[in-house]
Ligand binder design. Sequence first.
Ligand code: F6P
Length: 321
Amino acid sequence: MKKIAVLTSGGDAPGMNAAIRAIVRTSLNHKIGIIGFRNGFEGIIDNDYVTFDKRSVGNIIQRGGSILHTSRSLRFLEKKYRQVAENNLRALCIDGLIVIGGEGSTKGAIELSKISKTKCVIVPATIDKDMAFVGSTIGFDTAINTALTAIDKIRDTATTANVTHIVEVMGRNCGWLGILAGIGAGAEVTIIPEVRTNITKLAQKIKHQLNTGKKGCIIILAEGGFSKGGTSLANALKEKGNFDLRITTLGHMQRGGSPSAVDRVLATELGVNAVLTLKDGFSDVIIAKPVATIEKVDSNKVVNAKVKVDMYLHDLIENTA
Ligand code: F6P
């Protein structure tokens, strides 16, 4: 493996820059040349790229967005443009490609792989966490934290003014963002696409809460959770009772901002391992860290053992310096 390329694709997610940094530094530390295509797959088609050195990714680990920019490339859906991309990869002697993105970007990478000599691995990044088997995706944790910061403020006014608020969160067709925002905010109701809403029961539930001393409720509505969104949910509820309702759509603010500690570390782990995976000759794989499960640990065992720090994580600091 002599030269690899990286790109960020699809909806941007906080932590993409941390992943780029880890990939660039690891590549150069292993004497592998590294370039970055701009604007996702569009950059391969247009031969639009930047050649990285170690300093070009300095001071970006804490920055939201992506220094390489992203796109949802419509041209890349066409075979003729994927062939143009492959020709450009050949001309640039790219042995490996790392695609940082979500499900749509993974599909793009799979299609490219069918016609390309370049080995391709994916680093999962999307605020939606809507990819099976891979655990958390880069940006998800930050997006929840951003949503919670906003919802906590809405809770203050909801409780004070005794008003019920519908707060719409993103997530495309997946309820993960809604569920975690709902848990974290202590929402009275959380509506997600995976569960059908019975509006009569929902209205009864909110009435019961308000009649038993609750001062204003928070209803988290995940994108795709109710046909036509928050306004139609509010109208449907108003048909069932005299509710005083307000609607807030958090929207794209959930995609921005400085990545959380969790996302910086995840992006670094996945980025480092993406390079090592290519170096080991793998292709067509997603670098993933599936979520740990709840366990029962013997308390005697814990108090009698010496705690160990994770030296693998400690080594990542060296790898990305
Ligand atoms: O996939 C990330 C995401 O923010 C989704 O939650 C949302 O449905 C979509 O992208 C919005 O896309 P766009 O920015 O293209 O409108």
